[in-house]
Design a protein around this ligand. Structure first.
Ligand SMILES: [Zn+2]
Length: 450
């Protein structure tokens, strides 16, 4: 009798464990089966008839990736193939942030009942249209040439990214150039620098220091600091390119005076600087269309006044992600409201917004950035676009040329485009990133107006 009871208990426990296992399996199957479809180690997919795989099209319907006779083919134009590589993807799925990889389930027509073996009569792989304009991307790649860097343009009203180019890049038909690379020319070629990298921002960060000043100090625009080219703080030197003498905010921004913004950051203090950086999107990721950006970084927790000063001019440990900086430019253009981006064209517009700045602060930054262009960079760079911009030249270590930046936006209603250009180890932002921004934004604006 006792034996039978023991056996019943064991049986009951085993049945319970079995049911738990089945339950867990069903739960995992329902919630995570598509992840297996997405996994590059799933060899089954390579055996599936590739003609069922959907195309990837640009915003104008230009085919960027297509399947024919079981082979994945890409656009006929080599420069377009290279320019959109990081968004479209490569044959070996090395690029983790590509649509081909992230939307593998949709492109293969995955569904819950049939998996990837959906009978042809029901469904084929779905085509995916992205928001990029391949011609603008091509122009961007031609403009940046052999430099490493990132170029991003998005519509700050709709959130659509029209240009996203990362270099170094390669032809998806010749992936061997990366694996055979001996010179370092292709180092980091699998990384989409717009999404997954962050760079020392240099003077671009002065916009944030200014925003903090405008937020926490009365009469910020009349605040005068003296620049004598070097300023000793805690026994160490903060340096400026010129001796600007007594200078006010607007001209300090236009002349990009380091001493002005270093002193301002020190007067604002760590907590005010950190608060504004965080409100403007530093130290957080942005997620959209299955992509997540690398965080921009601002941390002065262990900084003394010397490093706090340098942090206010975009040095110290500051890092800026190019997608974030483009969203940030959009927020200044939009009176403080940041429209989050998208890369896939959706049937329903699901625009997400976040407030980065108050309207007052955003409008003052806009005015100063407009003055940068009219008084310094030259309006002829962007004819008729009323561009507001800031350049940056970020020191990245001894024996290395600095990174050059230009960020900004067209303030015209008809051409709501924000941009970021960063060129690694290239020198002055106005000389390197500036001409690239000019070429690409002018073309993008022309296409918006068409
Ligand atoms: Zn100065």
């Amino acid at each position: 009798m006792k034996n039978t009871r023991n056996r019943s208990i064991v049986l009951a426990l085993m049945t319970f464990a079995f049911l738990c296992g089945i339950g867990f399996f069903i739960y995992r199957f329902v919630t995570s089966a598509n992840l297996w479809v997405l996994s590059p180690i799933n060899k089954h997919l390579s055996e599936v008839n590739a003609t069922l795989v959907g195309d990837i099209l640009d915003r104008n319907g230009v085919v960027l990736a297509h399947s024919k006779n079981n082979i994945r083919t890409y656009n006929n134009d080599e420069t377009i193939r290279k320019a959109v590589l990081h968004t479209v993807g490569d044959k070996e799925d090395q690029i983790a942030t590509s649509v081909q990889k992230l939307y593998r389930d949709e492109l293969y027509g995955y569904n819950f009942i049939f998996g990837v073996n959906t009978p042809k009569i029901f469904k084929q792989g779905k085509n995916i249209q992205i928001t990029l304009d391949s011609e603008i991307c091509k122009a961007a790649l031609n403009a940046i040439g052999n430099h490493k860097g990132a170029i991003c343009i998005y519509n700050y009203k709709t959130g659509e990214i029209v240009c996203m180019v990362s270099t170094p890049t390669f032809d998806p038909y010749h992936p061997e150039v990366v694996t055979n690379d001996k010179t370092g020319q292709y180092e980091g070629a699998y990384i989409n620098r717009v999404i997954s990298s962050s760079f020392a921002p240099g003077s671009v960060f002065k916009l944030l220091t200014t925003a903090a000043g405008l937020t926490f100090f009365d009469n910020m625009e009349d605040k005068i600091y003296s620049c004598h080219q070097t300023e000793v703080v805690n026994g160490e030197k903060i340096t400026c390119l010129s001796n600007h003498g007594d200078i006010k905010l607007k001209n300090a921004m236009m002349e990009s005076c380091n001493i002005y913004f270093a002193k301002l950051a020190i007067d604002l203090g760590k907590s005010n600087m950190t608060k504004i950086a965080n409100e403007m999107g530093f130290n957080k990721n942005f997620s959209f269309d299955r992509l997540t950006t690398k965080k921009s970084f601002y941390d002065v927790s262990d900084a003394d006044d010397y490093y706090l000063g340098w942090s206010g001019v975009g040095q110290h440990k500051d890092l800026l992600n190019p997608m974030h900086s483009t969203i940030l430019m959009g927020s200044i253009a939009n009176s403080g409201i940041a429209v989050l981006p998208c890369i896939v064209k959706h049937n329903q517009v699901n625009k997400k917004v976040e407030r980065f700045l108050t309207k007052e602060v955003a409008d003052k930054l806009k005015e100063m950035m407009r003055y940068n262009v009219t008084a310094n960079y030259g309006d002829s760079m962007f004819p008729g676009l009323n561009v507001c911009a800031k350049t940056g030249t970020a020191e990245v270590g001894e024996n290395q040329k600095p990174h050059g930046w230009m960020v900004g936006f067209s303030s015209k209603e008809e051409t709501p485009l924000a941009f970021s250009v960063v060129v690694e180890n290239s020198g002055y932002g106005s000389k390197t990133a500036g001409p690239i921004a000019s070429k690409v934004l002018n073309l993008a604006a022309k296409k918006v107006l068409q």
